[in-house]
Design a protein around this ligand. Structure first.
Ligand code: UDX
Length: 438
């Protein structure tokens, strides 16, 4: 089978490279000629473990090609995946202009039956809107089906998530389209991946509801973590105790500075907006978003109370990306907190395994450092903001002697408090009691 993926951003490129790995012939199309030229050399424009190798393999085995020519991408393919951006507008709603632009292109170039599948997270009703746009721009009157096939990829483990998903969602209103989609995902039947076949709006909602629920879980545990600090409880153990209940589950109960990234904040905002349009207040997603905002500010107050006065202090910052194993800085709590510290008159020494260069553009005045040890030299405190593996097993003695005072503020709860006390640190974390050197 031949498919095309329109948009070579995060979702599009992972989708294209992974379907090529399944042995499908894939054409990835993007209007950005520079990007396509780089991809043809195997140069992936963002950091995702294993993706560059998979792209190279797909090209070598002649399953993966790139083009800037939308006509070429559409004519060859039976299934066309739309994986272009759906950025947030100021009112929180998703901007569908890129999706509609692709719809116009598909209409103009299609010469036979096509399945058009949305991969990007698109608000309920987009499938129908896309159908109208394609119909209105069709050069030839041929049949096509719309499918909603949302992705659930996590940055940093996107390939694994695609090749071994928890489930595949297919929203469609045609048996032919469902059969074609099932065929495309056939390699996953071997690993018994559940496939949920439903109508288009249901599939669209599944994606938003899943992300909003995960974001709610994080905000919930963050709110509980604040209470833990007041009553002498330990949120790590609370999460563990809760998570052992199979109805709750242990995932996404890790307290910290709040969620970031390209999906959760944007998808919550879009779900809230869709609810408002339907006259529904979407109280829980709204609260999850609000708690997430508050959590960042609480982290600033935590740092302030640990050092007394922020102005004039030097902090060593560990980690800037919104989570480990990505260079993505979108909505990163680390960036938001670092920015606020700069505004408060602090000096920052910063490091990140892959996101340092782009982060510096967002943090004017911050001093770039090679690693955690470089960051610690002369700092009043170390602040761990993103839990990269590189920061999990630091030489604590070396860190302690480099710091001006042995204060470790761990906003990701990476370290064991008793170990930090033994190592001679004053240790501040999230949802646990402050520890003094023993
Ligand atoms: C998310 C969804 O998981 C994925 O299914 C969807 O397709 C895209 O959005 P992603 O944004 O890549 O993926 O990252 P994820 O691992 O889900 O983490 C999101 C944010 O939540 C990060 O900032 C992370 O640090 C934070 N988080 C996650 C917590 O603070 N605590 C947790 O327990 C889990």
């Amino acid at each position: 089978m031949h498919i095309s993926v329109i948009g070579t951003g995060y979702v599009g490129l992972v989708t294209g490279a992974c379907f090529a790995e399944f042995g499908v012939n894939v054409t990835c199309m993007d209007t950005d000629a520079d990007r396509i030229a780089k991809l043809e050399k195997g140069d992936v424009p963002f950091y995702e473990p294993g993706l560059s190798e998979l792209v190279m393999k797909g090209m070598r085995e002649k399953h993966l090609t790139f083009t800037t020519d939308v006509g070429n991408a559409i004519e060859q393919a039976l299934v066309i995946f739309i994986a272009v951006g759906t950025p947030s507008r100021a009112d929180g709603s998703a901007d569908l202009s890129y999706v509609e632009q692709v719809g116009r292109g598909i209409g103009q170039h299609m010469k036979g039956y096509k399945v058009i599948a949305t991969k990007s997270t698109v608000p309920v009703g987009t499938g129908e809107r896309l159908r109208e746009v394609i119909k209105a721009h069709q050069g030839e009157d041929c049949r096509f089906d719309i499918v909603s096939n949302p992705e659930f990829l996590r940055e940093g483990s996107a390939i694994e998530d695609f090749l071994r998903p928890n489930r595949v969602i297919i929203g469609a209103d045609s048996d032919q389209a469902v059969a074609i989609m099932r065929d495309l995902y056939r390699p996953l039947y071997l690993i018994e991946t559940p496939v949920v076949v439903t109508n288009i709006p249901t599939a669209e909602i599944i994606k938003y509801a899943s992300n909003a629920f995960l974001a709610t879980k994080i905000s919930f545990i963050n709110e509980v973590s604040n209470l833990c600090e007041h009553v002498g409880a330990d949120v790590q153990v609370v999460s563990k105790g809760m998570g052992l209940d199979h109805r709750i589950g242990s995932k996404f109960l890790h307290a910290g500075p709040g969620f970031g990234g390209s999906c959760f904040p944007k998808d919550l905002a879009a779900l809230i907006r869709t609810g408002q349009e339907a006259g529904l207040s979407m109280t829980i997603p709204s609260s999850a978003a609000q708690v997430n905002e508050n959590q960042r500010e609480r982290m600033i107050e935590k740092i302030r109370s640990a050092v007394g006065n922020l102005k004039g202090k030097t902090f060593g910052i560990l980690g800037l990306s919104f989570k480990p194993n990505t260079d993505d800085l979108r909505e990163s709590p680390a960036i938001a907190i670092a920015k606020r510290l700069l505004e408060e008159g602090c000096s920052l020494k910063v490091c990140d395994p892959v996101a340092l260069a782009p982060a510096l553009k967002l943090l004017p005045g911050a001093t770039p450092c090679q690693d955690a040890y470089d960051v610690a030299i002369g700092a009043d405190a170390l602040v761990l903001l993103t839990e990269w593996n590189q920061f999990r097993n630091l030489d604590l003695e070396r860190i302690k002697t480099s710091l001006k005072s042995p204060l470790f503020i761990d906003l990701r709860n990476v370290y064991e408090p008793s170990r930090m006390a033994k190592a001679g640190f004053r240790y501040v974390s999230v949802g646990r009691q402050e520890i003094r050197p023993s």
